[in-house]
Write a protein that binds this ligand. Structure first.
Ligand SMILES: NC(=O)c1ccc[n+]([C@@H]2O[C@H](COP(=O)([O-])OP(=O)(O)OC[C@H]3O[C@@H](n4cnc5c(N)ncnc54)[C@H](O)[C@@H]3O)[C@@H](O)[C@H]2O)c1
Length: 235
């Protein structure tokens, strides 16, 4: 039976991933700051571990709880995230966004690797592969995740990113009502969960997947940039 840890699993995309894997018979561990994670866990027979992903020790504790309860860890969906909520470069908010979105993912990878995880899926965003002028700090944190996922080589472990467009979760509640009028489609959390299930079952690593409403998950193609080289010595 698969054992999966889902950070940010109390709500939105993470809760949908937790529900989807539980429905498949997986053992699910929800790691989240939000105490509502206990209710989601109770609903699906999962384990809830109160966790602030910005703390390395808290990530270790969540992974240790998974291994203690279920014997091992197969998949980590590192999904907890936060927005900056605007265009200001307020230092406290900048550090908070980075500590959750980037530090939290790095800590989660380190903790999961120590437990022998075989697949890691990171939730980035379309804001990680294109500009997001409504929240540049959020965009910076999500772009950083793409650099990490494309660069970090983990022998025997797959590491991939999912980049959703707008998804119907509490994260977009402040402006959700404006999106249809601007012509933007909104995916369901389970659309993303389905993509996460697909990505986690694959054998390829360092890939980035775009997930948007009404479209199948698509591999993101990046331009091949060649480093310039010196003229051969002696010419
Ligand atoms: N909703 C969207 O349109 C959208 C689009 C692209 C990417 N995303 C990303 O998807 C992920 C999930 O967000 P969502 O849309 O489901 O929103 P959400 O607000 O429903 O869920 C985010 C979860 O992360 C948890 N969280 C926040 N900080 C945490 C911390 N320090 N430690 C542990 N848990 C923490 C929250 O408590 C919450 O349960 C985030 O990484 C977000 O950036 C969302």
């Amino acid at each position: 039976m698969t054992v999966i840890l889902v950070t940010g699993g109390a709500s939105g995309i993470g809760a949908a991933v937790a529900r989807r894997f539980a429905a498949r018979g997986a053992s699910v561990v929800i790691a989240d700051l939000n105490p509502l994670g206990a209710a989601v866990a109770a609903e699906i027979g999962a384990l809830f571990v109160p966790t602030d992903v910005s703390s390395p020790e808290a990530n270790d504790d969540a992974v240790a709880a998974a291994v203690s309860a279920f014997g091992r860890l197969d998949i980590a969906h590192l999904n907890a995230g936060a927005g900056n909520g605007g265009t200001e470069l307020d230092l406290d908010r900048y550090r908070r966004v980075m500590s959750v979105n980037l530090d939290g993912t790095v800590h989660g990878i380190r903790s999961a690797l120590r437990a022998g995880v075989r697949s890691i899926v990171v939730t980035s965003s379309l804001a990680g592969i294109s500009p997001a002028t409504f929240d540049p700090v959020y965009a910076a944190s999500k772009h950083a995740l793409i650099g990490l996922v494309r660069s970090l080589q983990l022998p025997g472990v797959t590491l991939n990113a999912v980049c959703p467009g707008f998804v119907d979760t509490p994260m977009i509640s402040a402006f959700r009502h404006e999106l249809p009028a601007h012509g933007f489609a909104i995916a369901t959390p389970d659309d993303v969960a389905s993509a996460v299930e697909h990505i986690a079952s694959g054998v390829d690593s360092n890939q980035v997947w775009e997930v948007q409403a009404g479209r199948p998950p698509t591999l993101v193609q990046f331009p091949a940039v060649e480093l310039s080289r010196c003229e051969p010595v002696g010419r």
